[in-house]
Design a protein around this ligand. Structure first.
Ligand SMILES: [Zn+2]
Length: 127
């Protein structure tokens, strides 16, 4: 891959990651569980709002961990998450996060390739 196409790919992946993050924030804000806990649907400060599915599932996970610890067992967050039946928005948050992590890994690969290309160019200049 040419340095130019690496730079284009880097810009594309950076933008993609930013878009996925902002989509994830939008979805997180739409959590139906959180909305149910809000007071008469009025806009109330974030801190006073109910837990999102993700927060509630995480709290269940911590409880399950403590229980498992007593029995010398183990549990993963994914196990709890699947049993939890999160709302569609929180499921979207999860899938957007996975896509963001994948884009992040690709971005890491592109950056490493740019660094290698930079070293090669530096060598050529001194030669
Ligand atoms: Zn939710």
């Amino acid at each position: 891959m040419s340095v130019e196409s690496l730079l284009i790919e880097q810009a594309r992946l950076s933008d993609l990651r930013r878009e996925l993050k902002s989509e994830g924030c939008d979805e997180a804000a739409k959590c139906t569980r959180r909305a149910l806990d809000s007071i008469n649907g009025d806009a109330i400060p974030h801190l006073l709002m109910g837990s999102s599915c993700i927060e509630a599932a995480y709290s269940d996970y911590k409880d399950a961990m403590e229980e498992c610890y007593e029995f010398g067992d183990s549990v993963s967050f994914e196990d709890v998450w699947e049993e939890f039946a999160p709302c569609e928005h929180c499921q979207n948050v999860g899938s957007l996060k996975r896509q963001r992590m994948q884009a992040g890994r690709q971005l890491g690969g592109v950056r490493a390739a740019i660094t290698r290309a930079g070293r090669r160019l530096a060598k050529e200049q001194t030669a």
